[in-house]
Design a protein around this ligand. Structure first.
Ligand code: ARG
Length: 468
């Protein structure tokens, strides 16, 4: 036996019987998925328990043997949990390790657990169950962030700030309206994840390796016990596809994109130039050389970690591309991508809330940024429109007024009725009041608009969705 050949003989493998040589040591390490799939151990046992119970109930194996397996699995669960049983780092995967533990506990009857089952449908079932729980946890994290957004927005329905397009001052909006924009993005994220959960909770178990099984399994009983919504209709599809995981990562990428936009605004708002926000000390970091620094690292990391989410999605899409039916070992790589993407989504969503919930919003700076910024120009044009001046003409008149202001160092809101009338006779005594930024904000009462009355309606909608 050469040095590079593992001492663990082929006979120790679940499939070792017909192999003359032990597996090459490096092949063993290369092929092991334990580093990725060990976190599936609990769902793996749960699925095995459901499978064993069903095997006993249907009489596929004697009830007494099923009972032995079930109590053995319970003990294995406890002993892994307590740290007494440890996975061997060279093991092929978590499924074979748990079967090994079971065999050590109950003896040869452990071999009956795999009746009518293959690791192909087993792993697909484990991943689906695990993922559905991770996604539920994620929707709860998203909801917590949304709750914070609603609570914050409630305080700022009357706080105007510059609304930007092209990063230029465009029209005033309320801080509440701006914060709630993120609420709706996260609301769609949450509903996307809920839809993915529905499609994820379809049970593959009973598909066996690829073609189904001659044993008369009760797949629906297993589905009910494990909380699956239904059973797969095609055994090849059930073991060979990972589209549910791709969907989860796609939804995760969209969430990461939303979080990164919010993070970018936090970074921007924390600059002295903006000064719209003051992050809490507990979520900022200093510099080892520049004593004055308070850096928004959490927001930067959330922005940066978008790369992990997109990378995971891309990795899984590429891995699955062109694979012939049914199971191929390539698919073992699914876990690396899936766990990276979902862990990242969970961490970034939590950290966004932690980062923002202690922040101070400097509404006085936001209001000050509006002074003389011409973001009330549309309102001036709208005054003319109300007097039947065509909008295009009004636009051009106000363009001239803005030019006049720029040349003479004036602001739109400082113009008197008389000065305005020089440009167009349709302006009247009511015009100057309309040019106050607060008034401009409050004028936008259309449903979905930024006026406080419209934002109150929006808040009601948001609260209803959170209560549902
Ligand atoms: N560790 C494998 C995976 O994650 C389990 C399935 C192995 N099936 C097989 N036929 N080799 O995909």
């Amino acid at each position: 036996m050469s040095e590079s050949v593992s001492q663990s003989g082929g006979s120790k493998k679940l499939w070792g019987a017909m192999f003359d040589k032990p597996t090459h040591e490096e092949v063993e390490t290369f092929a092991s998925s334990l580093a990725q799939d060990s976190r599936l151990w609990e769902v793996d046992i749960e699925c095995s328990l459901a499978h064993a119970r069903m095997l006993g109930q249907t009489g596929v194996i004697p009830e007494a043997e099923a009972a032995q397996i079930i109590s053995g699995l319970g003990r294995v669960r406890e002993r892994i949990s307590s740290g007494e049983l440890k996975f061997s780092p060279t093991a092929e995967d978590v499924h074979s390790e748990i079967e090994r533990f079971l065999k050590e506990d109950v003896g040869p009857v452990a071999g009956k657990l795999h009746t009518g089952r293959s690791r192909n449908d087993q792993v697909a079932t484990d991943i689906r169950l695990y993922l559905s729980r991770q996604l539920s946890a994620l929707t709860i994290e998203i909801e917590r962030l949304q709750k914070w957004l609603v609570t914050a927005a409630e305080k700022f329905t009357h706080a105007p700030m510059p609304g930007l397009t092209h990063m230029q001052h465009a029209q005033p909006v309320s801080l509440a309206h701006h914060l709630l924009a993120y609420f709706w993005m996260f609301e769609r994220d949450r509903s996307r994840f809920n839809e993915v959960i529905e499609r994820t909770l379809v049970l593959p178990l009973g598909s066996a390796a690829l073609a189904g099984t001659p044993h008369r399994l009760d797949r629906r009983a297993v589905a009910n016990e494990l909380g699956f919504r239904g059973i797969s209709e095609n055994s090849l599809d059930a073991v060979a596809d990972r589209d549910f995981a791709i969907e989860a990562l796609a939804a995760g990428s969209i969430l990461a994109m939303h979080l990164s936009r919010m993070a970018e605004e936090i970074v921007l708002w924390q600059t002295p130039e903006f000064g719209f926000i003051r992050l809490d000390d507990s979520v900022t970091t200093g510099s080892s050389i520049m004593p004055q620094k308070k850096n928004p690292d959490v927001a930067e990391l959330i922005r940066g970690r978008t790369g992990r989410s997109y990378g995971a999605l891309n990795g899984l899409l590429v891995m699955m591309k062109g694979l012939p039916l049914a199971y191929n070992r390539d698919m073992q790589e699914d876990k690396e991508h899936l766990f990276t993407g979902i862990d990242n989504a969970l961490a970034c969503t939590r950290l966004m809330r932690i980062c923002i919930e202690g922040a101070e919003f400097r509404t006085e700076r936001m209001a000050a940024a509006l002074n003389g910024d011409f973001s009330n120009a549309t309102d001036l044009a709208d005054c003319l429109v109300e007097k039947s001046v065509p909008f295009r003409e009004a636009h051009s008149i106000v363009g001239q007024i803005v030019n006049f202001c720029l040349t003479h160092g004036r602001t739109l809101e400082s113009l008197t009725t008389l000065e305005l009338k020089n440009f167009n006779a349709a302006f009247d005594d009511t015009t100057p009041a309309r040019l106050k930024h607060f008034a401009a904000m409050e004028a936008r009462q259309t449903p979905g608009g930024t006026a406080s009355s419209a934002v109150e309606r929006q808040l009601n909608q948001a609260r209803t969705l959170l209560e549902a």
